[in-house]
Design a binder for this molecule. Structure first.
Ligand code: NAD
Length: 479
C-alpha cells in the first residue's frame, strides 16, 4: 500500500529539488504509524532563492493576459481531475481521511482553480469624470498586490493549496506556498499540475521546513507584500504581528467552533443523518465542522439518543478501506488535545452519550463521540475540539438559542434548522458568523467567499472577494 508514496520535493524557480544534503522530517501514515517518506526542509539560501524568483517572476506574470493566466489554471484543474486516483491516495495516506473524502477534496480544488481561471478576467476598475475640469479623467484600477507568502494546514492539503495559489495567480501575483509538513506530497501535486500546465518558473514556489522559521524568514523580506494563513488562532495572531512590522496585508482563516440550532419542528432523523456526515467528515478536523449542537427542549433527549446510536454504528478504519466511514486523526497531538478537553468536560459534569476513547492499536483512531449536558464553563464549549466530538445541549426559546450560539469569541460557520420560514429568516440575520447554512450543512462553494468574523479571522478566500484580497487599488488622474 505504502509503496506508491513518493517523498515530496521543494519547488523553487521552476526546479523540483530533492532533499540532497538538506535536513528532512518524517512523514507518517496516521492510520498505521508507518514511515511514508521524507520532506526536505528549505535552507535559508533556498528561501532567498524563492524570494528572488518570486520578485523577478512577478514583473512578467503581472503583465500576462488574464485569459492566458486563466488558461493555465484551467489546464491545471483538468490535470487534477485526470490524476484524481493517484492524488486521492496520497491525501488518504498522509492525512487519513477516507478515499471518498479525498476524491471530493480534489474535485473542490479543481473547481476552485476553474473559478479563479474565469475570475482572472474580471479585475475591473472604473473611470470617473472630473469635478474640477472636464479635461481631467480619473481612473481607478486594480493591480496585483505583489508576491504572496501563504501557509496552509494539513486537514485539506490540496484544496487549501488550490484556493490560496489559485487566487494569487489569477490576480497576477506570484506565490511562495508552505503546505503542512504532515501532508507535503499531496499539496505538491497542485504545484505539479500548474507546472505541467505551463506555469512559468518562479511564479510559484513550494517550500517546507520548521514553520516558524520559514514564516519569519519570508515575512521579514520586503519582497513579500501579503500573507495568507489558515490554521490556529495563536499562530494567526503571531503572523499578523510579523506582517504588521512590514505593513503587509493579511488574510487569516483561523478556525471556528460552529453552533447548530435545531428547532423542535424539524424532521429529527433527517437532521441527524445530515449531521453525521458533516460532523464526522475528516474525523471532525474541519474548521466549519458543526460542534455545539443546541437542540430545543421538546426534542432534546430524542436527538441525543439518535445521535449517540448513529455514532456507535459509524465504521472507523483505514481510509483506504471502502468500508471506512471515518479515518484516523491526522497526528498524535490532535488526539492528546481531544482527550484533555473530554476529561475536562466529564470532570465538570458532562454526560458521555457515545464514544469518548481512543481506539487502541496502531494509528490515531478515536471513537465518534457525543457529549450531552455540557456545562457552559467547560473548556470544550470555547476551545475547538477539531476532532470527532459533538457537544449537545438544550435550549428553550429563540432568544435563548441565539444567545448560546453567539456566545463564542469566534464566528466562522453557524447552522440552523427549522421548518418555520420566519425562524429561518431570523437565524440568517442573527447568527454571528461569516458563513451561515440554514436547513443544510452545505456552507461553501468556489464562487462564495470563505470567511470568518471575530477571532475566526479576516479577509476572504474564494469568490470574487478571494481575488480582490490579492489586489491593490490605484487612482490615476490624467489631464
Ligand atoms: P497550528 O496553527 O499550529 O498549525 C496549522 C498549520 O500552520 C500547520 O500546518 C503548520 O505548518 C502551520 N504553522 C504553524 N506555526 C506556524 C508559523 N509560525 N508560521 C507559519 N505556519 C505555521 O495548528 P495545529 O497544531 O496543526 O492544529 C491545532 C489547531 O489549529 C486545531 O485544533 C484547530 O483549532 C486549528 N486548525 C485550524 C485549521 C483550519 O482549517 N482553520 C486547520 C488546522 C488547524
Amino acid at each position: 500500500m505504502t509503496m506508491t508514496y513518493l517523498s515530496a520535493q521543494l519547488l523553487i524557480d521552476g526546479e523540483f529539488l530533492d532533499s540532497g544534503s538538506r535536513m528532512t522530517s518524517r512523514v507518517e501514515n496516521p492510520a498505521n504509524n508507518e514511515f511514508l517518506g521524507e520532506v526536505p526542509h528549505a535552507t535559508a539560501a533556498d528561501l532567498d532563492r524563492a524570494l528572488a524568483a518570486s520578485q523577478r517572476a512577478f514583473e512578467s506574470w503581472r503583465k500576462v493576459q488574464p485569459g492566458e493566466r486563466g488558461r493555465i489554471l484551467r489546464r491545471a484543474a483538468e490535470l487534477l481531475h485526470e490524476r484524481e486516483e493517484h492524488i486521492a491516495r496520497l491525501i488518504t495516506l498522509e492525512v487519513g481521511k477516507t478515499l471518498a473524502e479525498s476524491r471530493w477534496e480534489i474535485m473542490l480544488a479543481a473547481h476552485a482553480l476553474e473559478w479563479f481561471a474565469e475570475e482572472a478576467r474580471r479585475t475591473y476598475g472604473r473611470v470617473l469624470p472630473s469635478r474640477l475640469n472636464g479635461a481631467t479623467r480619473f481612473t481607478v484600477v486594480k493591480e496585483p498586490v505583489g508576491p504572496i507568502a501563504s501557509f496552509a494546514p494539513w486537514n485539506w492539503p490540496v484544496d487549501n493549496a488550490a484556493k490560496k495559489i489559485g487566487a494569487a495567480l489569477a490576480a497576477g501575483c506570484t506565490c511562495i506556498h508552505k503546505p503542512a509538513e504532515e501532508a507535503p506530497a499531496s499539496a505538491l501535486e497542485v504545484a505539479r499540475a500548474l507546472v505541467d500546465a505551463g506555469l512559468p518558473p518562479g511564479v510559484l514556489s513550494m517550500v517546507y521546513g520548521v514553520p516558524a522559521e520559514i514564516s519569519e524568514h519570508l515575512l521579514r523580506s520586503p519582497v513579500v507584500r501579503k500573507v495568507s494563513f489558515t490554521g490556529s488562532i495563536p499562530v494567526g495572531k503571531h503572523l499578523m504581528k510579523l506582517a504588521a512590522d512590514g505593513c503587509k496585508r493579511t488574510t487569516m482563516e483561523l478556525g471556528g467552533h460552529a453552533p447548530v440550532l435545531v428547532f423542535d419542528d424539524v424532521d429529527v432523523d433527517a437532521v441527524l443523518d445530515m449531521a453525521m456526515l458533516s460532523k464526522f467528515r475528516n474525523a471532525g478536523q474541519v474548521c466549519v465542522s458543526p460542534t455545539r449542537f443546541y437542540v430545543q427542549e421538546r426534542i432534546y433527549e430524542r436527538f441525543v439518543d439518535g445521535f449517540a446510536q448513529r455514532a456507535r454504528g459509524w465504521t472507523v478504519g483505514d481510509g483506504l478501506l471502502p468500508s471506512s466511514k471515518m479515518g484516523p486523526l491526522a497526528h498524535a497531538r490532535q488526539r492528546g488535545r481531544i482527550e484533555i478537553l473530554l476529561n475536562d468536560a466529564l470532570t465538570r459534569g458532562a454526560r458521555l452519550a457515545a464514544g469518548g476513547r481512543r481506539i487502541e492499536g496502531k494509528g490515531y483512531f478515536f471513537e465518534p463521540t457525543i457529549l450531552a449536558d455540557v456545562p457552559e464553563h467547560a473548556r470544550i464549549m470555547n476551545e475547538e475540539p477539531f476532532g470527532p466530538v459533538a457537544v449537545v445541549n438544550p435550549f428553550s426559546t429563540f432568544e435563548d438559542g441565539i444567545a448560546k450560539a453567539n456566545c463564542s469569541p469566534v464566528g466562522l460557520a453557524a447552522y440552523g434548522f427549522s421548518e418555520n420560514a420566519r425562524i429561518v429568516a431570523r437565524l440568517g440575520d442573527e447568527l454571528e458568523a461569516g458563513m451561515v447554512a440554514l436547513n443544510s450543512f452545505a456552507i461553501a462553494m468556489p464562487g462564495t467567499p470563505f470567511l470568518g468574523i471575530k477571532e475566526s479571522g479576516h479577509g476572504a478566500e474564494n469568490g470574487i472577494e478571494g481575488v480582490e484580497a490579492c489586489l491593490v487599488t490605484k487612482v490615476i488622474s490624467q489631464a
